[in-house]
Design a protein around this ligand. Structure first.
Ligand code: NAP
Ligand code: MG
Length: 476
């Protein structure tokens, strides 16, 4: 695939200060797709400087003009949707159908929503004898992961630009190509030089340099809790804002009267999509004990339908994991689950059989269902980030709630019941940022973010815009 051998800084592709190339692999077959430059502290510094210089000008651009430029970004993302999908399939390994439906479409929706918000938002309000101005926070440092690579970039860049902030992005090492594509889009849309800057490179090098740089006003991070904690510490030290989108271990609660067949089918699909590499995935299915056997058998049958295969083929439903480290981590969890007493009812730690020859070198994990999981097991507490579902029985609704709330995470969840009011009442008591009731659809304008260790702050829609604004009160 074609890739830039420079960093997008100050409106141009510039050679890296230390031009060491970073390989980008196709996780389905291990082949080399391209190389991108590995940025270091000097590149990060150049990018932050460019963003600082561009800030006063961009902050002064009328919101209606920022909205026009974001509309152009939105249109270009739509026009280049097929290229986005193919790029994400190549570097992440997501099945092409899923890449089109999710990886390419979500950023179109999110950029469109911020184009509208930039035009409509009240950047000024009247409060008694005060005029309250909602001003951009300043220069944003953004660090993003590989699992929804373009969505996670746009969920930061679109509100930042709408608010009048400038930014420096360090995307994940595994998925830099779609980040370069986004920089091309921003450039082609006519966003002024220095407003959006891209530094590719390694987390502990380029990422760390960005997080430690004193020239940013907000750090927005999506990724693991371990790195997120460090970002939060550094932000606290220099008294800057921080937004953290971290991991999850979300509960899918099937209340006693739920439509079991539907709830299990949708629940399994939610975990297997993107090979389970979804922070908000419902990785714990909670089932009333009197319906437990039935649910386990339905889940095993549903999982078996996610046969791993070449992600570039239209019919494939399950791709590989993003890299060998993640594959080893996920199979390690499956083994640990079995050691701790879970019962394997689908899949397992061995590589899948029946893969076509040309993709056997990929990072494959079988779609796996673990039954008889108890709340204290590692597979019930820790984020696995793979196609692995844990099914837990519960005695009564109070116990279901205790189990659902019994992890350090609180990002998402689901509740199923024949009675929507009962499901909503249960959801109100869940310690989590998002709950889908009876399969409610993803809403790109609804606030997304975590309770507890799942993070700080909210992304998307008007709540996400607020993260990039600070207020000034003028008393008249
Ligand atoms: P990660 O290390 O937290 O990566 C997220 C981003 O942070 C990447 O851009 C990464 O760069 C960067 N990074 C890494 N170390 C850094 C540092 N010291 N300073 C600044 N930035 C740094 O996550 P991962 O290693 O890719 O995945 C590990 C686990 O994290 C997964 O198994 C999963 O549990 C969790 N995860 C959660 C989400 C989510 O959406 N909540 C997303 C991805 C991963 P590199 O890409 O170069 O490492
Ligand atoms: Mg990493």
């Amino acid at each position: 695939m074609k890739a830039h051998d420079g960093m997008y800084i100050g409106g141009a592709w510039r050679p890296a200060a230390d031009a060491e190339p970073l390989p980008v692999h196709n996780p389905a077959d291990g082949s080399l797709l391209a190389t991108v430059p590995a940025g270091g502290p000097a590149d990060v510094d150049a990018a932050v400087t460019a963003a600082r210089e561009a800030f006063p000008g961009w902050a002064a651009v009328p919101p209606a003009r920022r909205a026009e430029l974001l509309t152009r970004v939105h249109e270009l993302l739509k026009e280049r949707g097929e290229e986005v999908a193919r790029t994400v399939t190549a570097e992440l390994g997501a099945p092409i159908g899923f890449s089109r439906k999710v990886h390419a479409s979500a950023p179109v929706a999110v950029s469109g929503s911020y184009a509208r918000l930039a035009a409509e938002y009240g950047f000024e309000e009247r409060l008694g004898n005060s005029r309250v101005l909602h001003e951009p926070v300043g220069v944003v440092g953004a660090v993003t992961p590989w699992n929804y690579p373009l969505h996670q970039i746009v969920a930061k860049a679109a509100p930042a630009l709408a608010a009048g902030c400038t930014m420096v992005l360090k995307p994940a090492e595994d998925t830099p190509l779609v980040a370069q594509l986004f920089a091309e889009v921003v450039h082609e849309a006519g966003v002024p030089a220095g407003v959006f800057n891209l530094v590719t490179g390694l987390g502990p090098v380029a990422g760390q340099a960005l997080v430690e740089h004193p020239g940013t006003d907000l750090l927005s991070f999506t990724g693991s809790t371990a790195v997120g904690r460090r970002v939060g510490e550094l932000a606290g030290r220099s008294v800057k804002r921080v937004a953290l989108e971290l991991g999850g271990k979300s509960a899918n609660v099937l209340l006693p009267g739920a439509d079991l067949a539907k709830a299990v089918k949708v629940g399994v699909a939610n975990v297997m999509g993107n090979s389970g590499q979804t922070c908000s995935a419902w990785t714990r299915m909670l089932v009333p004990e009197e319906r437990y056997d039935e649910a386990v058998s339905l889940a095993a049958q549903a999982a078996a339908r996610y046969a791993p295969g070449d992600p570039s083929e239209e019919s494939t439903r399950l791709g590989p994991l993003v890299n060998a480290t993640q594959q080893a981590r996920v199979t390690g969890y499956i083994e640990q689950g079995v050691r701790e007493g879970a019962r394997l009812v689908a899949g397992g730690a061995e590589p899948p059989s029946g893969l076509p020859e040309h993709v056997r070198a990929g990072h494959w994990v079988q779609p796996t269902v673990l039954a008889d999981v108890t709340p204290g097991m590692a597979v019930a507490q820790e984020e696995i980030f793979g196609p692995v579902l844990s099914v837990l029985p519960y005695r009564d609704t109070e116990e279901a709630l205790r189990i659902a709330n019994g992890t350090e995470y609180g990002l998402a969840g689901a509740v199923w019941s024949e009675d929507e009011d009962e499901a909503v009442a249960f959801a109100r008591r869940m310690e989590t940022g998002q709950v889908d009731i009876n399969g409610g659809r993803f809403n790109p304008e609804a606030p997304f973010g975590g309770y507890k260790r799942s993070g700080v702050g909210r992304e998307l829609g008007v709540h996400g815009l607020g993260e990039y604004l600070q207020t000034k009160s003028l008393q008249l």
